[in-house]
Design a protein around this ligand. Structure first.
Ligand code: MG
Length: 314
């Protein structure tokens, strides 16, 4: 082969290498994320099993909203929050989470246990007398991870604002997260809190609304329409983000990270998380019927069959 032909051959090979190299680097960058997502998706399925089994065992509890928020909790405790499973109530130098809609305790307990806060076997004690896992989380049982009693609805945003202000006073630059049901926004005192947070530039706070459009007695639009939440929060001076696919882990992680990047800029942040109540169990989806109703034996088996064991039952 003469020099000219060799040059053409080398140029051709080089031109082939570049796209392969680009593809390789892209795959290399995506691989850790894909691995993590695979693990998190398995965790979501296991959390769904935990929710169904907890509620079924005592024939009591709230599976619908819990299932709808499984992806959010898994993302929050595994990808988003800088937190310490060696629980300390003073909460210094770590991100903190406050659950406002306390009735979705089955998902909260499952994710706390599977994040190392307490033994997963303790999920067996859900709603039993003298258990640390009461139907609505409380603090006096001392369950690691629980920072407020909740279930009296409409309180979480106010508590979260107080914690966010305390962090500012302590020169602690970590973030406060809270989750609030959409139906809770019918409680008037939330709007006082929402006004207060903007007026006092509580910009280390991310409030997520579980925007499933359902509440205990039916659709929020039927019970008491919430109106345009984006415009309402904006008019109160908040930064507002929306997650249309609120049961998609990657969508949640992407937008919640964007929300985090907007902290410290003078405005509190609201994330409208569009979830499906009962997500992952076909006969529980898109209805308020399973808001506070336990599955019977047959329904449990059906729900579990749709979510086969991934990481092991407790
Ligand atoms: Mg709701």
């Amino acid at each position: 082969m003469n020099n000219s032909n060799q040059f053409v051959k080398n140029s051709f090979l080089f031109s082939l290498q570049r796209p392969f190299k680009t593809l390789f680097l892209t795959l290399k960058n995506l691989l850790p994320l894909m691995t993590d997502i695979n693990h998190l998706e398995k965790l979501v399925i296991q959390v769904r099993r935990d929710i169904l089994r907890q509620v079924h065992k005592v024939n009591s509890g709230h599976p619908g909203g819990s299932l709808g928020c499984a992806e959010f909790f898994v993302a929050l405790y595994n990808e988003l929050m800088e937190h310490n499973s060696n629980f300390n109530m003073n909460g210094k130098n770590e991100d903190l989470f406050f659950l406002s809609n306390g009735h979705i305790s089955p998902v909260f307990y499952s994710v706390l246990a599977r994040s190392g806060y307490f033994p997963v076997e303790e999920l067996n004690t859900f709603r039993l007398l003298n258990s640390r896992l009461q139907g609505h989380p409380t603090t006096h049982e001392g369950l690691p991870g629980v920072r407020i009693a909740s279930g009296s609805l409409g309180q979480g945003i106010s508590v979260a604002i107080g914690a966010a202000l305390a962090k500012k006073l302590n020169n602690d630059n970590k973030i406060i997260y809270t989750l609030c049901g959409d139906g809770e926004l019918q409680e008037g005192q939330n709007w006082e809190a929402i006004m207060y947070a903007a007026g006092n530039k509580v910009d280390n706070l991310i409030v997520t609304i579980d925007y499933n459009g359902q509440q205990i007695d039916g659709a929020t639009d039927t019970v008491l329409p919430l109106g345009n939440l984006t415009e309402k929060f904006k008019s109160f001076g908040w930064e507002v983000l929306t997650i249309k696919e609120g049961n998609n882990l990657q969508a949640i992680i992407k937008t919640m990270k964007e929300a985090k990047s907007k902290t410290g800029k003078g405005k509190p942040i609201c994330v409208l998380l569009h979830t499906v109540m009962g997500n992952g169990v076909d006969f529980m989806m898109h209805t308020h019927a399973w808001h506070g109703k336990a599955p019977n034996d047959e329904q449990l088996e059906k729900g579990l069959a749709q979510n086969p064991v991934t990481l092991g039952d407790y």
